[in-house]
Design a protein around this ligand. Structure first.
Ligand code: ADP
Ligand code: MG
Length: 563
């Protein structure tokens, strides 16, 4: 086995590293948050593994992160006694970016530092943020349960290569030594580090320990430094809502989601009774890159009685709420629970129903109380929410209330009108909600089908997202009113046509009968039917799809999927 070798970074890792160092410069202190977050994850993973194999603790189950600083040498060391890493783990985790959507992410970079910083934040830089402040990083680690001669030393100067070496290491877990850059020397300061920890890592569930040096008494030797726990060190979701500040909720979100940006909103709840669990659910501010990637990570972080069980537990929320991040901590599940068991457990279904309702309620509240933030949510995640009525029949009406549409009211492509808004503006005698679906907003807006509606001042929803026809085929009605595609079938405006309108229509029909016959003969099998229409006021003729056939947009969707 190679004892010491030098390896090149994966190309993407190299690019990301470079970009990050430059674009996150204005917010450098977050490096500590990322490293403490990783240490806490490593403690979670060890606790989980130790449920099955107690010996992994090697006699030390008091999990913590220790931070020390050598102000003269300008070195900060962050150590944990968590799960640790083997040689292959180190190469895999610190030398490559194994995330889905990396390529897509790279394509999105613009070269504009400000924009890119935001993108990088969303992507999550984690461990690499060390290089914002350090020009040399040394990681020493040993995986729990492996022999002491299987330690690993990794060293890198933040350029193209890293060295890796197998070493003797007595302690289990990971130590990260940051050799600070000259311009980052300010971080080699005990007080500064404490305040950064307080600010970003207070919610971390394991103790973050630093040594405290009491001043020497007059004429005596200084006393031995003492350990001091710098953070609150209690799982945030176990605290009561009134004890947790906004800032703490936001920082906790960044820890669980690996996102750099603040969340848009959240909901923290304890449920007692039949089932006993706590949930803390967040709606991110920005959509991730892999929102439409079926394999993309989604789901909640699952804990059982405060013990971490798994990331990305998908069973607790439906697919159309896949953007939600957070934690669920159950007191009923077994510590040995697996994904397979989760899929079969009927209790999980009840939790899923309840958590789904929580999210929908949280969104309703946001829509009602903070319309601007809701608009921004809709912009990011509206298309995903539109999958809801098809997937979740029981909550159809609730989801429908959350939908937003562009309409002929203001003719812009902004989706900002709810079905309730629309109903509030319905004409006397109108009993349907009218919509038109087209492949883009302009085609919808300029459709000849809208002429008669414009003339009569009846509002029509303008649909042009890919999922819209799919949505409408599962949302036949809302609030007792049928949703009617104005491009389909015979147009019956019901009471919206006056008696005079009807009389005039009948007269015209009688007069044009011979013309229709001739057109029908001329077109032959090309058409199913030739009909006189009252839906046009300016155009002479248009093609319509029969009531029960696929809409044009749906047909295109299936064609593009190769059907
Ligand atoms: P993320 O935390 O989002 O997975 P990071 O870049 O922060 O990404 O870390 C990359 C990976 O490196 C982690 O997923 C983990 O497997 C490993 N890692 C980082 N720090 C530690 C640590 N202190 N102990 C064990 N593994 C670690
Ligand atoms: Mg991390």
């Amino acid at each position: 086995e190679a004892q010491k070798e030098t390896r090149g970074f994966q190309t993407e890792a190299k690019q990301l590293l470079h970009l990050m160092i430059h674009s996150l410069y204005s917010n450098r202190e977050i490096f500590l948050r990322e490293l403490v977050s990783n240490a806490s994850d490593a403690a979670d993973k060890l606790r989980f593994a130790a449920v099955k194999d107690d010996s992994l603790y090697e006699g030390d189950s008091d999990l913590q992160v220790r931070i020390s600083v050598d102000s003269d040498a300008k070195i900060i060391t962050i150590s944990d006694n968590g799960i640790g890493m083997g040689r292959e783990d180190v190469i895999e985790n610190l030398g490559t970016i194994a995330k889905s959507g990396t390529a897509a992410f790279m394509q999105n970079l613009t070269g504009d530092e400000k924009k890119d910083a935001q993108l990088i934040g969303q992507f999550g830089v984690g461990f690499y943020s060390s290089f914002i402040v350090a020009d040399k990083v040394v990681v020493t680690t040993r995986k729990a349960g492996t022999p002491t001669d299987q330690g690993v030393r990794w060293e890198c100067d933040g350029e193209a290569e890293f060295d890796i070496e197998t070493i003797e290491r007595a302690e289990r877990g990971t130590s990260i030594e940051l050799h600070l850059k000259d311009d980052a020397a300010e971080f080699a300061d005990d007080w500064r580090l404490r305040s950064i920890i307080k600010k970003y890592s207070d919610h971390i569930a394991i103790p973050v320990v630093m040594q405290k040096q009491a001043p020497a008494e007059e004429g005596e030797e200084p006393p031995e430094p003492e350990d001091e726990v710098v953070n609150t060190a209690k799982a945030l979701w176990t605290r009561s809502r009134s004890d947790v500040s906004e800032e703490e909720y936001k920082e906790f979100y960044k820890h669980v989601s690996h996102d750099f940006a603040d969340p848009l909103t959240w909901s923290h709840n304890r449920v007692e009774g039949n089932l006993d669990y706590t949930s803390l659910l967040y709606v991110p501010a920005k959509a991730p890159f892999d929102l439409y990637n079926r394999e993309g990570a989604r789901g909640l972080k699952l804990y059982v009685q405060r013990t971490f069980i798994m990331d990305d537990a998908e069973q607790f929320l439906p697919l159309y709420l896949r953007f939600v991040k957070g934690v669920v901590d159950s007191n009923d599940l077994s510590l040995n629970v697996s994904r397979e068991i989760l899929q079969k457990d009927p209790n999980i279904d009840s939790m899923r129903t309840a958590l789904t309702k929580r999210v929908l309620d949280m969104l309703s509240k946001l829509a009602k109380n903070k319309p601007e933030e809701y608009a921004s949510f809709w912009n990011e995640f509206g298309e995903v929410l539109k999958e809801g009525p098809a997937e979740d029949f029981a909550n159809r009406e609730k989801i429908a209330k959350l939908l937003r549409f562009a309409t002929t009211l203001n003719n812009t492509s902004t989706q900002d009108q709810s079905l309730d808004d629309y109903i509030g503006r319905m004409q006397a005698g109108q009993d349907k909600i009218y919509y038109i679906a087209a492949e883009n907003h302009n085609t919808a807006k300029n459709s000849p089908h809208l002429e008669v509606f414009r003339k009569k001042g009846i509002e029509v929803l303008l649909l042009s997202d890919r999922v819209d026809e799919w949505l409408m085929s599962h949302l036949a009605e809302f609030d007792g009113k049928t949703l009617q595609d104005v491009g389909k079938g015979e147009l019956d405006l019901g009471e919206l046509d006056t008696a005079e309108d009807k009389e005039a229509q009948e007269k015209v029909a009688e007069a044009l009968k011979p013309l229709l016959e001739r057109v029908k003969t001329a077109l032959g099998d090309e058409v199913a039917e030739v009909r006189l229409t009252h839906r046009l006021t300016d155009s002479p003729a248009c093609v319509v799809v029969p009531e029960h056939e696929m809409g044009a947009q749906m047909r295109r969707l299936l064609e593009s999927a190769g059907q």
